[in-house]
Ligand binder design. Structure first.
Ligand code: 13P
Length: 245
């Protein structure tokens, strides 16, 4: 399966630097065989969309509201993202679950809204350090998948252990393999045969230096990259070791 390398820029980059970063990534993308997605902050989406037009790099947002429209001050609806040129959206990132109390039920509703707007949802799951230490990682992640993934889901799941995000720490390759196998099993349980073909990304301190090993783990369908996606060279070096098909 062709791997997907996605960059989550989080709350970084004004429009000018965002367009420049997107331009550098798009310029090199023709030689890369994997799928590429970048997710800038909302305010840079239009500028980056203009840069990516006609390139192989897809544009995504980092969150959306579950409603199609309505009185939700400050929120952004999925059709607005499609309208600005997005083809994907991250939902349920651990920073949203942690800092804004998003529940898996809310994440599922957002994934439904994304699909209704023809956006590919990147549904994030992952255990905290305390949950891992208590031996509950697989159980927690399985429950997040079962509750966050809607019926008929055609998007992507990203496994991001909370303790590996922005810390420089990663799980062992055996742990990544075990968690991805558990997520695959949960997806099959949730979606039947359709759950067998969905991509499961790994995220959490992915860098050029560890990408080849992480992307070679069975059932790893790509990477969701935070900090290292803010540097075009580093991001492209990660993409260069991803599988083409
Ligand atoms: P880092 O790659 O900075 O650890 O962030 C991972 C992440 O949260 C991507 O969504």
């Amino acid at each position: 399966m062709r791997q997907l390398v996605a960059g989550n820029w989080k709350m970084h980059k004004l429009r000018g630097p965002a367009a420049a970063l997107a331009r550098a990534i798009a310029a090199d993308s023709p030689v890369l065989g994997c799928d590429l997605l970048i997710c800038p902050p909302f305010t840079a989406l239009a500028a980056v969309a203009a840069v990516l037009r006609g390139s192989r790099v897809a544009l995504g947002a980092q969150d959306c509201h579950a409603a199609e429209s309505g009185a939700f001050t400050g929120d952004i609806a999925a059709p607005m993202l499609a309208d600005i040129g997005c083809s994907a959206v991250i939902v349920g990132h651990s920073e949203r679950r942690q800092y804004y109390g998003e529940t898996s039920a809310q994440v599922r509703a957002k994934a439904v809204a994304a699909a209704a707007a023809a956006l590919m949802a990147v549904v994030c799951v992952g255990e905290s350090e305390a949950e891992r230490d208590a031996g509950r990682a697989a159980e927690v992640v399985r429950a997040q998948v079962m509750e966050s993934v809607p019926d008929g889901f055609e998007g992507v799941v990203a496994y991001e252990p909370v303790w590996a995000i922005g810390t420089g720490r990663t799980p062992t390759l055996d742990d990544v393999a075990a968690m991805h196998a558990a997520i695959r099993q949960a997806l099959r349980h949730r979606l039947g045969l359709d759950g067998a073909g969905l991509r499961i990304l790994y995220g959490g301190s992915v860098k050029a230096q560890n990408a080849a090993a992480l992307l070679a783990v069975p059932e790893v369908g790509g990477a969701l990259v935070g900090g290292a996606s803010l540097d075009s060279g580093e991001f492209l070096r990660i993409a260069a070791v991803a599988r083409r098909g």
